[in-house]
Design a protein around this ligand. Structure first.
Ligand code: F6R
Length: 610
């Protein structure tokens, strides 16, 4: 979703802002812009489309400045075009600002401003902020105070940065519901919506909290609340490296992230697996483990791919911990007046740790007294910080919009959580050891599956023109069917459905004919015989079948058109293996269709609005 970067210091900010915006491209956007102040005059350059187009225009203009803001916009209010792109200005062009989030009461504010003579250029909610702040400037307040007062009138969410040409030595930045950080440098400071935009220049980061507003100059920063209380902030040194956020020779981030899964999975389990004791060690849950042994119920809420990971965890928790577990979309959970009490432990699974619905569900849970547990990838993200306890998945930065390595790391960490709690309840040491050993083998097994890349690419070539796909699985592999279908539709724009295989008879079987590819996730497990019957049903109706099956299963070969073999492991871990060929299949189909796999249309990496 929208990206923010800002600079104040002794260098020319224009190339720095462009570089920062390029680092933020992965979040998904449809227009881009920058604003700078040069000798007291503001210049805004913005366009629909890519940052590279903005860069070309800026090269011709040859602008230079020591202070500026850059933005990538993902449209919410108003179509993607130059006028709606950020920055937005006041009428006299002395103030400009960039904004992520949604101003919910913008219509009311706009009406009042229009009654007071303000004229609007764009259809955005953001533009009201520029005029609202201006209205306080006109009353004689300085830019910091004017922004503070304006924000007191605003409902909704914002990550916001403002520059005022009449006070050209400062950036004002504020946060509520949309992440914003300050990057602290030497004779320069940055602001950004995520650390990747500033990582090339500093690793010293201040995370703004909701309701905070910062005044940032070349050599200093000061943070208060929007109600003017002083706040002392800590500077945190982050460990992420630039290599981690580069493509590393791969044509796309998505392929790089699929291919680095053996390593990301190793990182997720490093130091956490106690094979001899048949259990796991998770520092983030130590302070709360006794409470977790005593809960009446587990709830899991998340969105998209993370929700699919939650569905797998439901099977894991109920099989091994033997505590009732429910999984729900965060967007539904937050609005349905959920019944939660202090003996409910609620897991919030989120790669970004910033998904608006998941964050809101977490806050709702805490209000109602439940135990809130984060399972996040991005260190220092809002969900990670606001949870009572939690576990990082340590997958490393995931830049491709379609989630791949974060999913497999979520699954392996959820397996560790299962092992830890189940062993403290009634899982035997022998069974614990069997699972722990199986977990330790997963990274190498994923590496084996990745060797099938060429074969999967050939299959992709054969099916790239299909109009529909069906993905079917049972038990632990039903959520994998959902995830396989989601991967395909989001990057290839082919309509795809995931279903529990047995449900097929209750409707989707009507779709099956020779034009319908059906992907069966059919490894050897307790439901194998049943899924073989489902394969026969599809075959009898002329459907074209691709199967993901267990190594050594020769029987399935004769029933299907293509079979992709995955190594043997325990049932609870099979989704980590079975999803990998599906990630590659979706990737290759999208590439063969000539699509932008890293930034698919209409999608954003981090969904910070509802
Ligand atoms: C799909 C995908 C999305 C995210 C969803 C939740 O590939 O990436 O469905 O899984 O938007 O995002 P996080 O995990 O950041 O909360």
């Amino acid at each position: 979703m929208c990206g923010i970067v800002g600079y104040i210091g002794n260098k020319n900010c224009v190339p720095l802002l462009i570089e920062g915006l390029k680092r933020l491209e992965y979040r998904g956007y449809d227009s881009a812009g920058i604003g700078i102040i040069d000798e007291g005059i503001s210049f805004i350059v913005k366009n629909k489309g890519k940052v590279s187009e903005l860069q070309n225009r800026l090269e011709v203009l040859n602008l230079k400045a020591n202070i500026g803001l850059g933005h990538t916009r993902w449209a919410t209010h108003g179509i993607p075009n130059e006028i709606n792109a950020h920055p937005h200005q006041n009428e006299e062009g002395t103030l400009f600002l960039i904004h992520n989030g949604i101003i919910e009461n913008y219509k009311t504010i706009k009406k009042v401003l229009q009654q007071n003579g303000y004229k609007f250029q764009s259809e955005t909610d953001t533009e009201v902020l520029a005029h609202l702040i201006d209205s306080f400037l006109r009353k004689g307040f300085d830019i910091f105070k004017a922004t503070q007062l304006a924000l007191q009138e605003v409902d909704g969410t914002y990550g916001l940065a403002v520059i005022y040409a009449k006070e050209p030595d400062r950036i004002i930045a504020a946060r509520k519901g949309s992440p914003l950080i300050i990057g602290v440098g030497q004779n320069e400071n940055f602001i950004a919506s995520d650390v990747s935009a500033v990582l090339a220049h500093t690793k010293n980061i201040i995370y703004l909290e909701d309701g905070e507003i910062a005044l940032i100059t070349e050599n200093d920063y000061q943070v208060k609340t929007i109600h003017n209380e002083e706040v002392i902030k800590e500077v945190e040194e982050i460990s992420m490296t630039l290599d981690e956020i580069d493509k590393g020779g791969y044509p796309h981030f998505m392929l790089k992230e699929i291919m680095e899964q053996p390593e990301s999975l190793r990182n997720s389990i490093r130091g956490r697996l106690l094979i001899d004791e048949g259990t796991a060690k998770l520092g983030g849950l130590e302070n709360i483990i006794d409470d977790l042994l005593d809960v009446d119920r587990f709830l899991i809420t998340a969105c998209g791919t993370s929700w699919h990971a939650g569905l797998v965890a439901e099977y894991m928790f109920e099989q091994f911990i033997r505590v009732p577990t429910e999984v729900e979309y965060a967007s539904e959970f937050r609005y349905r007046n959920p019944i939660i009490n202090k003996k409910d432990a609620v897991f919030f699974i989120s790669q970004s740790g910033e998904t608006a619905d998941t964050l809101a569900a977490l806050r709702e849970t805490k209000l109602r007294g439940g135990i809130a547990l984060g399972v996040c990838n991005v260190v220092g993200s809002s969900i990670a910080r606001e949870s009572d306890s939690g576990v990082y998945i340590h997958a490393g930065p995931e830049i491709g919009v379609a989630s791949t390595k974060a999913f497999t790391s979520q699954l392996i960490v959820l397996a560790l959580i299962t092992l830890l709690i189940a062993r403290r309840k009634n899982l035997s040491i022998e069974n614990g050891r069997e699972i722990a050993k199986a977990i330790s083998k997963i990274p190498d097994q994923v590496a084996e599956i990745l060797k099938l890349n060429n074969k999967i690419e050939e299959i992709a070539d054969e099916f790239k023109d299909a109009k529909n796909f069906l993905y079917l699985g049972r038990g632990y592999n039903f959520p994998v069917a959902l995830e396989g279908a989601l991967k395909l539709k989001e990057i290839s724009y082919i309509h795809a459905e995931g279903y529990p295989a047995a449900e097929m008879k209750h409707g989707p079987i009507a779709l099956i004919d020779e034009n319908m590819p059906v992907v069966f996730i059919a490894p050897k497990d307790a439901t194998y015989d049943k899924i073989i019957s489902n394969i026969q049903e599809v075959k009898a109706r002329g459907g074209r079948i691709i199967a993901i099956a267990s190594e050594g299963d020769d029987e399935i070969k004769d029933m299907v058109e293509h079979v992709i073999y995955i190594p043997q492991t325990v049932a609870m871990l099979k989704p980590i293996l079975s999803v990998v060929p599906l990630q590659l299949l979706a990737y290759h189909i999208a590439v063969k269709k000539g699509l932008n796999v890293d930034q698919p249309r209409n999608l954003a990496k981090s969904v910070t609005v509802e």
